[in-house]
Ligand binder design. Structure first.
Ligand code: SF4
Ligand code: SF4
Length: 66
C-alpha cells in the first residue's frame, strides 16, 4: 500500500494537511523544527496513502511512496 512520507524540515505548521486527512493520521507533534515552526506528526500505521496531504501542503513537505 502507498504511504505518505513527511519531510518535517519543510513543515511550517499550518496543519492544513491534518484538516484533510481522512484517517486522522496527522496531528500536532508537539515538536518544533529547526526553522522554529511547530510541526505535524504522521502516523504511518493509520495512513492509507490517499495523497490528500500531498495535494494540500503549500510547502511540498510530503511524498507518496509505494
Ligand atoms: S500542510 Fe505542510 S506545512 Fe502545513 S502542517 Fe502540513 S506538512 Fe506542515
Ligand atoms: S496520504 Fe492520506 S491518509 Fe496518509 S497522511 Fe496523507 S491525507 Fe492522511
Amino acid at each position: 500500500m502507498s504511504k505518505a512520507v513527511l519531510n518535517d524540515k519543510k513543515c511550517k505548521g499550518c496543519f492544513l494537511c491534518a484538516s484533510v486527512c481522512p484517517k486522522n493520521a496527522l496531528s500536532d507533534s508537539g515538536r518544533i523544527n529547526e526553522k522554529g515552526y511547530k510541526i505535524v506528526a504522521l502516523d504511518t500505521e493509520k495512513c492509507i496513502g490517499c495523497g490528500a496531504c500531498y495535494r494540500m501542503c503549500p510547502d511540498w513537505a510530503f511524498e507518496i511512496v509505494d
